[in-house]
Write a protein that binds this ligand. Structure first.
Ligand SMILES: *Cc1c(COP(=O)(O)O)cnc(C)c1O
Length: 368
């Protein structure tokens, strides 16, 4: 879908905020540890190519994406860094990945055996180890050894990495985390192969468990300035949110008492009120569950009244404002702030889901 560039609803991404988060993290790590920026899902809604270019300017070591297509988008945009696909890629695509110098995650020996029948050029792979996430990867040491032995015999398989993913790195209770660390140690001990990258850290691990031994981190949500734990844990440096979501008042009216607003007529004015209409709705990712939450107009919080529609929603404002008045859904206006975290708490989800939901219909603009 093409973004609706002729509508005054926009995401503004502060490139400097992304660089600052990256550089803060860089300071926290030793020089041997590489940082891969996780730019899957269109860089958590921020725009994959633009974010990748932004961190490329400050020396990022590589990128992680979820799908081969996301990797191809970066290559086609001219990015030269290592790109790792974190999900399982159908083995039929192994040759395409090799051709484009894209590294793939491997979760079974069978995948390698099938790939070798198809490859005509070297493919870089990262072995996924399932240490307790229960998602993808090897769970037994002897199976990892077998995969390593198989790789050793293949000229066309380059062992670039071995990794795991933690399920609870963002929680105060570290018991399960440490069980996973132990399992990771056990699975990676005495392997017949050396891997360039041994990695286990997502943002949460990189912020709160620096002790976890690895030489690469997969830095996602914190790059965008959001706390992976929500509000449970405090980050060791100030995370700077990069995304602002804004729109404008496109219609405004005085309504008498007793006027119902939006589908289902769930809201009815109790006295004469001023209702403004905004050109954003759940098709843009501003969930229907946000009905009743607030937006900022001229530094003041104003409630969304009635149900959020697909493409529009209505807010109650304290006075008449000119059409074109700025409305902030995520960001700061005159010292009043609404964060992705505020929205997440309102609809009982996580900040990740709020920003990933922001659809391609919203135009992205880049500043700094
Ligand atoms: C998405 C993902 C990450 C990034 O996680 P954040 O919490 O956003 O830092 C890292 N590793 C894997 C395997 C992932 O799927």
């Amino acid at each position: 879908m093409k973004p609706s560039i002729h509508r005054p609803t926009q995401i503004i991404v502060d490139r400097q905020a992304i660089k600052n988060n990256f550089l803060h993290e860089r300071q926290l790590l030793n020089d041997e540890t590489a940082i891969f920026a996780v730019v899957k899902a269109n860089a958590y809604g921020h725009g994959a190519v633009a974010v990748a270019q932004t961190v490329s300017e400050v020396g990022v070591d590589g990128f992680c994406v979820a799908t081969l297509d996301e990797a191809l988008e970066l290559r086609q945009a001219g990015l030269q860094e290592t790109i790792l696909v974190l999900g399982v890629t159908p083995v039929q695509q192994a040759e395409l990945a090799a051709q484009m110098n894209i590294s793939l995650t491997v979760a079974t020996l069978e995948w390698l055996q099938q790939a070798i029948e198809l490859l005509t050029q070297p493919l870089k792979i990262h072995l996924a180890l399932d240490t307790g996430m229960g998602r993808i990867g090897f769970t037994q040491h002897d199976a990892v050894v077998s995969a390593c032995e198989f790789i050793q015999q293949q000229e066309l398989i380059i062992p670039e990495g071995i990794f795991t993913h933690f399920a609870t790195a963002d929680e105060a209770d570290t018991k399960y985390f440490h069980q996973q660390v132990q399992k990771f140690k056990q699975l990676t001990t005495n392997l017949p192969l050396k891997f360039k990258y041994v990695h286990c850290a997502n943002s949460a691990t990189s912020l709160w468990h620096l002790d976890c031994q690895s030489n690469m981190i997969r830095f996602g949500i914190a790059l965008y300035g959001l706390n992976p734990s929500g509000t449970a844990l405090t980050a060791p440096y100030e995370l700077q949110p990069a995304l602002t979501l804004q729109t404008e008042i496109v219609h405004i009216k005085k309504v008498p008492a007793g006027q119902s607003i939006s589908y289902g007529a769930t809201y009815t004015s109790s006295k004469p009120e001023i209702i403004a209409t905004l050109p954003i709705g759940y098709a843009d990712g501003w969930l229907r569950r946000m009905s009743g939450s607030s937006v900022i107009v001229a530094g003041q919080l104003c409630p969304i009244v009635g149900r959020v529609c697909m493409d529009q929603m209505m807010i109650k404002v304290p006075q008449m404002y000119p059409l074109g008045t700025k409305v902030t859904l995520i960001g700061t206006d005159q010292q009043t702030n609404l964060s992705a975290e505020t929205a997440a708490e309102y609809c009982d989800t996580i900040n990740y889901e709020i920003i990933c939901n922001l659809s391609d219909r919203i135009v992205r603009k880049y500043v700094n």
